[in-house]
Design a protein around this ligand. Sequence first.
Ligand code: FMN
Length: 246
Amino acid sequence: MNQTIETILNHKSVRAFKNISLNETQIEQLVEAGQAASTASYQQSYSIIGVTDPIIKGKIAKYAGNQPFIEDSGHLLIFCADLYRNKLMSEELDIDIEKTIQGVDATIVGAVDASLAAQNVVIAAESLGMGVCYIGGVRDGIIEISDLLELPDYVYPVFGLAVGYPSEENDKKPRIPFEGIYHENKYKLDKMDVIKQYNKDTKTYYSLRSGELSDRAWAKTAVSSLNRLPRTFIKDFLNKRGLSKH
Ligand SMILES: Cc1cc2nc3c(=O)[nH]c(=O)nc-3n(C[C@H](O)[C@H](O)[C@H](O)COP(=O)(O)O)c2cc1C
């Protein structure tokens, strides 16, 4: 095991931060680490918005599903899929890319590019002793937050990332065992025994975390979130912003 893998395996989301803002050098270092990630066809179809204005930060915390800990983070980054930059460059080059950037695949490309950059930022931040929490709740307020950040057409927020020095740390959440996640050569449908056993095992994690015998287990959390967050307004929003039309 080397230091990099150790950092990755030690990951746990942080939702309580010390009152320490990141400085410009730290922010630049994290963004540079993000930018080192691969991007589809060298498109770099993403942008990162750092939120330093406490009023904007507070509004985002509210729009993103009322998560006040976001306000306490040392820095808030909003990762956006960004097809707009390449749209502008296509006009310079007199090449029509409208059909491509209006398709679902371009929406996926932007989300993937943003995600890969974000995960690099996460690893860099954690390697420096900081903690992070992704904020998918940003998509609860995708309309309000896009307006607030004055995002142009062909740009949408994929998620936020709250970064800072932890004031409290959670325990590491156990993951699905290797054999439950990894399929060799083709998708295997017979993994439910492993998954069910894992689900039972997570009760121990929740019991230890709460300090009392808990019936809570992983599947309930995962499935409930899928039940709770259909975000049916997103398709319409993306279409209005020129994205995911076909
Ligand atoms: C795309 C994405 C969105 C997330 N959104 C939120 C969020 O809005 N609020 C939150 O508290 N945690 C959020 N999380 C953190 C997850 O809840 C967390 O990663 C998961 O429970 C596993 O815990 P761990 O990161 O501590 O291992 C998000 C994670 C990801 C990857």
